[in-house]
Design a protein. Sequence first.
Length: 275
Amino acid sequence: MPIPPLFERLIDDAAVFPPGSLPLPEAVPAHVGHRSAWYAALVGPLLCPASSLETLAGLVREAPAPLEVAVVVDTGTAGVLAAADTVAQDAGLVLRGVEVPLRGSPLGENARRTVAALDAALGGPDDDEPAYVEVPREFGWETALDVITDSGYRAKLRTGGPAADAVPSGDEVAAFVLACLDRGVAFKFTAGLHHAVRRPSEHGFLNLLLAVGRAAGGGSAAEVAAALSIDDGAALAAEVGDLGAAPVRRWFASYGSCSIAEPLAELGELGLVAP
């Protein structure tokens, strides 16, 4: 099997987002190519901003098969319903997720408004159309996570960005992972995960898989955080290779990457996937 179960649909195609910022007319055919390649099982839906859905719909109108898309709502909480309706009414698109950033204080109150908007748009949680609420690294994030837990939706953590302070520490990521597992909430990551193995001021996606594996196995916060600091690729790959897919991917749903080729190449170099 070219793509082991641990990596199936691990990478959501965020080609149109920074730093890749590929124009949609280029991102769509590139995504179609990924989905028909030998590594297709590695790739999840194309991530598209809600503000670009009309452009996307025009691009897929003549496509031979519907395009799986996950909508990143950049039009405010009020735009959730409109985004979901736009996809639902277009035969060329299949909704495979909705992601909404949580902004402003108090976070708990804003989380309740966001959940209400998702309920109105989606009719409730659905594993085929998972909805994620992005939890910011701010005071009250655990209260917001409690609201997400009660709603049945999923959580999302941003693990990078253009500024150095956009990268959460290993302790912060470990706290998020453990808080989600304690509450039974699945989650995804986004931003800054350009490489398989940790680099200075940048988390590695294999490190995150290992951290979740340790957490799911009952590891302490220190053990989970320690997984995020491993920078020996061979040692990390060996430990990740021993992880069971079910206990890890039950929680770690996917992560967004502006490149599919780079993580694929690094997985190959580490001997974790092959054509």
